[in-house]
Design a binder for this molecule. Structure first.
Ligand SMILES: [Zn+2]
Ligand SMILES: [Zn+2]
Length: 133
């Protein structure tokens, strides 16, 4: 029985269950994340598709395929919360902030291990995590 994490969007219509351990967890400073999500960097957990299940409210989900990126944004059509986005590998990329909002804090086993694409950053981050380009 693997660990599960139950998340919800801001309005509560959509429920998401994550199972097991993420493939990747870190702060991504790439321009694609910035363009897709309008954020200076994206604090992510990335999962295989079969580790991520919509357990309620799938009819509320809206999928936006970005016109120039090989990325999709999947969000609640009622409240606008991004449930996850996909990347070129079709992983399910779930924001650490959505996890924190849903669970009250971020479990240590989901917290970032490093910064990546740090060479393309638009903000500096002063912490002790490894910084990779
Ligand atoms: Zn919602
Ligand atoms: Zn990125």
């Amino acid at each position: 029985m693997s660990t599960t994490y139950d998340l919800t969007c801001d309005c509560g219509a959509v429920h998401l269950r994550l199972s097991g351990a993420p493939r990747v967890r870190g702060h991504c400073h790439c321009s694609a994340c910035r363009t897709l999500l309008d954020t200076p960097y994206h604090s992510v957990t990335a999962w295989n598709a079969d580790q991520v299940a919509v357990t309620k409210g799938s009819e509320q989900l809206q999928v936006f395929q970005h016109p120039s990126l090989t990325m999709k944004k999947v969000f609640c059509r009622n409240c606008g919360t991004v449930i996850y986005n996909t990347n070129k590998m079709d992983w399910r990329v779930v924001s650490q902030h959505l996890i924190t909002k849903s669970l009250g804090d971020l479990p240590e086993e989901l917290a970032s291990l490093s910064h990546f694409h740090y060479g393309g950053r638009v903000v500096d981050v002063a912490d002790d995590l490894p910084k990779k380009d």
